[in-house]
Design a protein around this ligand. Sequence first.
Ligand SMILES: Nc1ncnc2c1ncn2[C@@H]1O[C@H](COP(=O)(O)OP(=O)(O)OP(=O)(O)O)[C@@H](O)[C@H]1O
Ligand SMILES: [Mg+2]
Length: 249
Amino acid sequence: MTRIISIVAGKGGVGKTFLTSNLAIALTELGKDVIAIDSNLTTPNLGIHLGIPLYPVTLQDVIKTKTKPHEALYRHPSGLRVLPAGIGVNDLRSIDPRGVQNTILDLLGSSDIMLLDSAAGLGKEGLVALESADEALFIVNPELPSVIDALKTAKLADQLGARKLGVVVNRIKGHKHEMSNAEISSLLNMPVVATLPEDRGVSESIASRTPFLHHKPHNELSYGIRKLASSMIGYDYAYKLPWYKRLLR
Ligand SMILES: Nc1ncnc2c1ncn2[C@@H]1O[C@H](COP(=O)(O)OP(=O)(O)OP(=O)(O)O)[C@@H](O)[C@H]1O
Ligand SMILES: [Mg+2]
């Protein structure tokens, strides 16, 4: 059975697309057949994070024309399959985000996991990712506005019956004023399942069109994403940092 998991937040720019792309690669590395879907139709950038910004056929074509979802699936060099959204202005015209749900239904059974990158906010487009998924993985930055917005999304997830997998705290800089895991977990009433540090390598990886996991495979951030991927599928985390990294830790 295919697991449909949405990566959701509340606030924009917290790292949903970064997490979707790299988590999808980490799950693929663990032997799962994964399809990453860009359900952010108005400002899509999953393709950019994966190093392939332009695709000839996209999710918008599937929603608006008779194109079949399989015709818009692309194999990333990592083995992951991607269903990208179009980035052109024409792709915005007369598109109903609810078409995403039908597309997902059509793809059911053709992978172990579908990972959905969602749009910011809780408009029609943001909602569709929650409505389409059985499970929701939350992501926040360690600051109050981000967590408060995620709280609204968590309430919606409850109403829609999506199972909450927990919250990933991203872009931790180690500053005194940042919210602690305990505070975030108690406000959102869900466990913190991963803590991911701020890393300038993320912008470098996007500029060099290389997913972060491949750009910096042995650092703390990649380690955190791989560990999260393992726990999501019930595997023990066996990955070991190289000896020199372990010494520094
Ligand atoms: N751990 C990190 N360290 C450093 N930079 C990061 C980290 N995570 C994400 N970023 C940067 O933050 C920016 C926003 O990330 P991303 O696009 O994944 O957010 P988003 O939640 O998908 O945004 P949107 O709501 O606009 O879709 C990107 O420029 C990315 O490079
Ligand atoms: Mg995004």
